[in-house]
Design a protein around this ligand. Sequence first.
Ligand SMILES: N[C@@H](CCC(=O)N[C@@H](CS)C(=O)NCC(=O)O)C(=O)O
Length: 273
Amino acid sequence: MIILYDFGNSVCCQKVRITLRAKGLEWRSVRVDLFKGEQYDPEYLKYNPKGVVPTLVHDGTPVIESTLICEYLDDTFPDPPLVPKEPAQRARMRLWSKMVDEGLFEGVAEISFSAMFREKMKHIGPELREKRYRNVGDPRRRDRVRSTYEHGVQSPFVLHAVYAYEKAFRLLEQTLAAGGPWVVGKNPTLGDISLMPFAARLDYLGLLDLWTADRPHVQQWWAMAREWPSFKSGLSDLLSEAEFADMKFHGPSIRDDLKGLLEGLRRDMAAPR
Ligand SMILES: N[C@@H](CCC(=O)N[C@@H](CS)C(=O)NCC(=O)O)C(=O)O
């Protein structure tokens, strides 16, 4: 039996759900409400010491970290394959999960936080907010959350986020132009699945075009990805009207600031070294 400790609009959970759908697997979902601090429940921390979602429990064995969960699912349920067989292609595929784990994940968190979760945090009460800041004692996560809560888009972490997306979409455009339509060729892999929730979040916030306007191959990839049945049943179909409305409402509030940051960054990146 597969149990997924899950929270609706969490990008990491969305990655795992798309993978589960692509594999045609059934699972039981256990909701961990991040706004109520349920991720810090001592029983949950035994499974996931970082106090984050998702956690997958398969026949009693817990697996944490969304990238590792997706790979675990592919190893355990090989059909249909979502990891290429050939080593060089596997390495190319894993470049995209690395891109997510080493930049886009924090990036999406900063952008979502400064646009909308920041507002929600204002209403959660000082005790829970302090707990959220402590983030089970992880100073890096504490500093990020505190900075974006206090400074919004002025936080330096938001600039890091804009850079992470620019780096990823620039490489994605080159990769797809050299041979798509998916990131490693003809079929979707975990590389595409890793990226989907991160493109979706920007799209739903009304911000994606800031990065994709001049990138036709990325636009084509996204048009195809969002129609992929496993994307729909693992992500878009599971979002409520209220969640869509929340993102649509809050995204535009930071659009001009992000645009300014991105323009400045592109000038810096184009400057002679
Ligand atoms: N690297 C982890 C990150 C997990 C993560 O940070 N999840 C977020 C939701 S997308 C979370 O649970 N945040 C709760 C918190 O920071 O308190 C993974 O990919 O599973």
